[in-house]
Design a binder for this molecule. Structure first.
Ligand SMILES: *[C@@H]1O[C@H](CO)[C@@H](O)[C@H](O)[C@H]1NC(C)=O
Ligand SMILES: *[C@@H]1O[C@H](CO)[C@@H](O)[C@H](O)[C@H]1NC(C)=O
Ligand SMILES: *[C@@H]1O[C@H](CO)[C@@H](O)[C@H](O)[C@H]1NC(C)=O
Ligand SMILES: *[C@@H]1O[C@H](CO)[C@@H](O)[C@H](O)[C@H]1NC(C)=O
Length: 565
């Protein structure tokens, strides 16, 4: 498995080598000649900027269209133009067979439209569950909001992006004003030819770009229902969990309209979970050359201030300055009106962003040695494997005599600086070096490049530091200690690695590391509390139970504990 992920990294490198040879030579030259005069690359102890956001942008880009990270950090920070390809099926649940004549919601998975069928959503009073299946007849031009952008969390920031865009402010009173929101979004988007918005897919005009493929009168799982189950208060007042393997089924047994209906509620969760991890929802094609981020500190500097002293869970857009909001809207307008000639650089950003994910996971969480000596050498070997493409023939500590010069100001780590530089810059050096690529980069791509560079820089800084400490301790079999040197106690080395690794992981804070431990049983799935299925919290008998604010994964049953529905 590790080798597989390594080869991923290497094949990406191969791509770079085969496609852009000249700039790569430049990169090698840089690597070879890096010197103490290049101040950016001289200090392996320099931590990243405390106000920096590159790690968040990096994670946002990696988490695009994936449910998991956006369930953890619900408040979206990105707006990205996207298309829904021809031939994509969209589902719409309602009480009759009519196509809506105004903006309405559609779902990409039928599990998410089924709960909305019935009399409450149409003019038919017979309580019929109609599912309309639509198919796109041309690519739909849509705008993607990341985060849990369809969740209407009390006191949360999940709707900030949309509300700022169309209303210029976040008004808690309008949290549930979904009709107002969809109408305003569609009215705003009309000037830009936008067909819809991706949370679920809010479709602005059902006579444009879609046609009816099928209208089916489905059997319902409930009786006498007048409102969609999602919106009723009992759902938000679940009792606290009784055991570690909680069941969504058991939480709402007293529902008179919807007996034992939690199986289908669960299925909406399961359908969401299909898109938990990479590659996520593949039916939406994002155009990252138009990526706009509220973590872009140049675009929205006022948010640097509002984020001060808050944890990532609580990052919001609500405090943005009017000037910054104008800047975002202006950038968005540019993105949506640019001509077809400005297609950007052609760089595959999502692939560049993925390179290192799996590598680190292994490395960083194996620092719990039982046998420190063996474990330390194993980790050192793994570090060397990771850094192999960047460790030059000349990358080894100078003879002991010069190391002693440390006392007189010579940096004993200096020999490793080119390894850091190579590791951190190799994947993007060709972009920096190519005048042609540079001239084609959109502002969004410049942001992506910066976030990628700064994140790689920090990952490589820590990995190289750990590796060098191991070399100096005599753990690296390819760089044996000189006779005169004394090996450091491996236990001490590993102890020193741990906080470095932990700080890096805390900084990166990738969703893929949030897992159920121990792994769930086969009849369970790993679940992050997702609106509206919270335990405790808002409007609840126990308002002090605020676990919904900091979602932690837990196993829930995925097979009903009783037969039938
Ligand atoms: C119901 O019918 C009325 C009158 O025909 C119409 O104005 C209204 O838009 C319809 N409502 C829905 C939800 O289709
Ligand atoms: C549904 O409504 C009808 C008419 O009001 C009533 O007779 C019936 O008992 C209801 N069914 C349930 C399951 O509540
Ligand atoms: C971070 O931003 C705040 C608010 O703008 C500022 O006061 C602080 O000095 C900055 N800190 C650093 C390390 O740049
Ligand atoms: C790493 O392993 C430790 C101990 O097994 C565990 O507590 C921790 O959650 C793990 N962290 C990650 C990010 O996997």
């Amino acid at each position: 498995m590790r080798l597989l992920s390594l080869s991923l990294g290497l094949s990406c490198l191969k791509y770079v080598v085969t496609t852009v040879q000249i700039p790569l030579k430049t990169a090698f030259a840089e690597t070879d000649t890096i010197s103490a005069s290049d101040s950016k690359w001289t200090d392996l102890t320099a931590r990243p900027d405390a106000n920096g956001t590159s790690q968040f942008i990096f994670d946002n880009v990696n988490a695009m269209l994936q449910h998991w990270t956006h369930t953890r950090y619900r408040n979206g920070h990105s707006i990205i133009p996207a298309t829904v390809p021809v031939g994509t099926l969209l589902y719409h649940g309602r009480g009759d067979t009519e196509l809506p004549t105004h903006p309405e919601w559609t779902a990409i998975d039928p599990e998410h439209s089924f709960p909305f069928c019935g009399a409450w959503n149409g003019n038919d009073t017979s309580n019929m569950c109609w599912q309309l299946t639509l198919v796109t007849t041309r690519p739909l031009k849509v705008l993607y909001f990341d985060g849990s952008s369809a969740a209407k969390v009390v006191g949360g920031g999940t709707l900030d992006t949309q509300d700022l865009l169309v209303w210029g402010k976040v008004d808690p009173e309008r949290r549930r004003d979904e009709w107002g929101r969809i109408n305003a979004l569609c009215a705003w988007g009309r000037d830009f030819g936008i067909d819809g918005f991706v949370r679920e897919i809010m479709l602005c005009d059902f006579s444009q770009g879609v046609e009816l493929a099928s209208a089916d009168n489905l059997a319902t799982w409930w009786t006498n229902r007048t409102t969609p189950p999602f919106w009723r208060p009992p759902l938000e007042s679940h009792p606290p969990p009784r055991s570690s393997a909680e069941s969504l089924y058991s939480l709402d047994d007293d529902d008179p309209f919807f007996p034992a209906g939690d199986i289908f509620r669960f299925e909406t969760v399961r359908a969401g979970s299909w898109h938990n991890h990479y590659p996520g929802e593949t039916r939406i094609k994002l155009d990252l050359t138009g990526f706009i981020s509220f973590y872009d500190t140049a675009l929205t500097p006022s948010l640097v201030f509002t984020r001060q002293g808050t944890e990532r869970w609580d990052h919001r857009l609500a405090g943005i300055s009017p000037a910054d909001l104008e800047a975002v809207k202006s950038r968005l307008s540019d993105v949506l009106t640019r001509g077809p000639h400005s297609v950007g650089s052609g760089v595959d950003w999502r692939t560049l962003y993925r390179v290192r994910l799996e590598l680190l996971d292994y490395l960083l969480n194996t620092t719990t040695p039982h046998n420190a000596n063996v474990r330390a050498r194993q980790i050192q070997t793994q570090l060397r494997v990771m850094l192999t493409p960047y460790i030059l023939y000349t990358s080894r500590p100078p003879p002991r005599a010069s190391v002693d010069l440390a006392a007189t100001g010579n940096d004993p780590w200096a020999w490793a600086l080119p390894v850091w530089h190579g590791c951190a810059t190799r994947h993007t050096a060709h972009i920096h070096a190519s005048a042609s690529l540079q001239s084609r980069l959109t502002p969004s791509e410049r942001l992506l490049l910066r976030a990628l560079d700064e994140t790689n820089r920090e990952i490589c800084r820590v990995v190289v530091r750990i590796w060098v400490a191991g070399v100096h301790a005599g753990l690296d079999t390819l760089i044996p200690l000189e006779d005169t040197q004394i090996a450091t106690d491996p236990l001490l080395v590993v102890e020193a690695w741990r906080p470095e690794a932990a700080a890096l992981m805390k900084w990166l804070d990738w969703g893929v590391w949030t897992k159920c431990r121990p792994a769930c049983e086969i009849e369970e799935i790993c679940y992050l509390p997702t609106w509206p299925y919270f335990w405790g919290g808002q409007n609840r008998p126990d308002p002090t139970d605020d676990r919904w604010k900091r979602p932690q994964p837990r196993c829930i049953r995925q097979v009903a504990p009783y037969s039938g529905l």
